[in-house]
Structures are given as structure tokens and as C-alpha cells.
Write a protein that binds this ligand. Sequence first.
Ligand code: NAI
Ligand code: MG
Length: 356
Amino acid sequence: NALTIGLIPADGIGREVIPAASRVIEAVLPSSVKLNFVHLDAGFELFQKTGVALPEATVKACLDGSLDGAMFGSVSSPSHKVEGYSSPIVALRKKLDLYANVRPVVTPVGASGKAIDMVIVRENTECLYIKSEKIEKNADGTRTAYATRKISETASRRIATMAFNIALKRGQVRQNSASLPLVTVVHKSNVLSITDGLFREVCLDVFKNGAEGAFAAKTRMDEQLVDSMVYRLFREPHKFDVCVAPNLYGDIISDGAAALVGSLGVVASANVGDTFCIGEPVHGSAPDIAGKGIANPIASIRSASMLLSHLGWNAEAARMDAAVDKVLVEHADLLTPDLGGKGTTDGVTAAVLKYL
Ligand code: NAI
Ligand code: MG
């Protein structure tokens, strides 16, 4: 009965929030479990010191089967091009084929107002983010830039399958609910009829015929053009359940959705593939607050809970989420400044530990 988790804090507040999350993992697991943390390097600061952003040892540890999963903090990526540097989390997702970015957006249980409880399932490997761009000079001396967008049947099928599987799982824990879980397919196939058309077509097919009929029998499917999706997301976020989207739309709607639940500091994600999972807070390295001890650890604690749940520790994950909700709802005094409080990373972590 052992669990080995890689910790990759990387840059900025990653070094403050990943240790907080690891303390909560340690506390929630039964003492009979032999828990082992493996500390791994990556990041822009490492690159500046050594010329390497993602050491081979870090990749190898994630690939060679020695880890059950990993937690990633955040990286600082300069907005200008730095020779030899590219983002280590983007590279890790690619090397480990973590093709789904799963982002729950939730209001805490017990909070006042209408509850938001949605999961955005974002395709993580293609779309416009294949970075196939070119620029050409026109006869009149002006320039025109082009980007190629890739949507494959294979990637669309596996992301849609993951979204419907997540919906099935949500349906199971929601036994008393009258309605079946709903998957909203986000696209713009009225304009991009070939690329988004293919994404939509595959999602529909997965719904009708996937997982041996269980998706059609136990979930519902809906579709939404991405522009009206944003509109509805802001007006009636409580009506969404699971949303599945190509990479670019998924990126935009999930950051937007983060604004609906208070702060980037509370939004978690998991990078999921068929063989590995990395929990990762959605936020970046927050250079404006790094080193001050006031970074909100909740996004990382919730990401750790997603990782544990992915590894089958569902009851422990649920306890972590419940403790976080209790702190959010009942201890406004303890919360960090991003949520309007005067609290600290340590103070929030201690309160979560207390409620476990
Ligand atoms: P950011 O997410 O780092 O910060 C945006 C704002 O939210 C800042 O005011 C920050 O203080 C606040 N914030 C973020 N996380 C917080 C937390 N846990 N607690 C309290 N406040 C929090 O995004 P920004 O400023 O656009 O980027 C900073 C750096 O992070 C850049 O180098 C960027 O490239 C990188 N970045 C990395 C990501 C990743 O590792 N996946 C994702 C987004 C940005
Ligand atoms: Mg983003």
C-alpha cells in the first residue's frame, strides 16, 4: 500500500502552494499508506541558472513508471522570445501525451447564491496551439500572417470520450437528481464547418455510439457555439455541467469561468492522459506576490484532490474538497488577499488541515 507522487513546484508561487498541497495529501491519506514524495526540477528560473527548463530526469521520472502521478506548480514564461527556452509544462503535456486538461469550476458547497458546478474538458494537444505559423510579405510591402489549425478525428474522439466518461461518473454520485448529466459541446461549426465541423461530428458520434451505449443511455448532449457559450457562461453559469471544447476555445472559456468563482487562486486542473496524470493549479507564477507568503493554496489543494481521485482515492479527495469548502464558506477572516482577506498561505493550509 504505497503512493509515490512527483512534486514539480517550478517558479514563483509554485514553490509556496505545492508544499501546501503536499501537506494536505500527507494528512488525508491513511497512515498505513507508505507515501513518498519525489522532488523534481523545472522552470524558467532553473533555465536561467542551468540553461535547461525541463531536465531529462524530470521527464524520465514521469515516464518510467516510478511515479503514480505528479503535481506541477507554475512556470514564468517571458512574453518575449528567449533563445532556447520553451515552457516546461507545455513540453511535459506533450511528452506524456496528457491530452486532456480537466478544469472544474465550482462554488463551495454551502455558499449563498446559485451554485456553479461545472467541469470544462479542454483538448490539450492540437487546434491553433500546434503553433504552425508563417508570415508572408505582400507585393505592396505589407505583411500577412497565417496560422494552421489542426483538428483530428483521433484527438476529438478521445477528448469527447473523456468528457462523457466524466459525465457518467458525475451522474453516479448524483443518484437522486432527476435529470441526467449534460455534456455541452462547444464549437463554431457554423463558420468553421470543416475543422469545428469534424470536432462536432465526432462528439455527436461518441454520444450516440460510445462506451457501448452508456453515453446515450445515461447522459444528455447539447451543443453551443463558442461566442454564445461565453454569453451564457456569464449569464447562467449554474446551468452548465460538463463542457468539452477544442484547445483554444477551452483555454478562453475556462479562464473566463474562473472569474465566476472568485479568483484564479481557487481554480484547479488536472492534465490527464491514458497512463499519467498531473495536478496543476490554473494560475501562473504570480510574480507580483511571489515570496510574500500570501499566495492562495486552494487551487493547488483542489488540484491535489483531483490527482488523488484520479488515482482511486475518492473518499480522501472528497474530504479534501469538503475541508476547502468549509474554509471558504466559514472562514472569510482566514482567506488570502485575492479573495479579499488578510490571511496567508500557511494560515489557509492550517485551516484546511484542521477540517480534514
Ligand atoms: P498569474 O496567474 O500568475 O497571475 C494573475 C493575477 O492573479 C496576479 O495578480 C496574481 O497575483 C493573481 N494570482 C494568481 N494565482 C494566485 C494565487 N494562487 N493566490 C493569489 N493570487 C493569485 O498570471 P500572469 O500574471 O498573467 O502571469 C505571470 C506569469 O505566469 C507569466 O510568466 C506567465 O507566463 C505565467 N503563467 C504560467 C501558467 C502555468 O504555469 N500554467 C499559466 C498562466 C501564466
Ligand atoms: Mg489559459
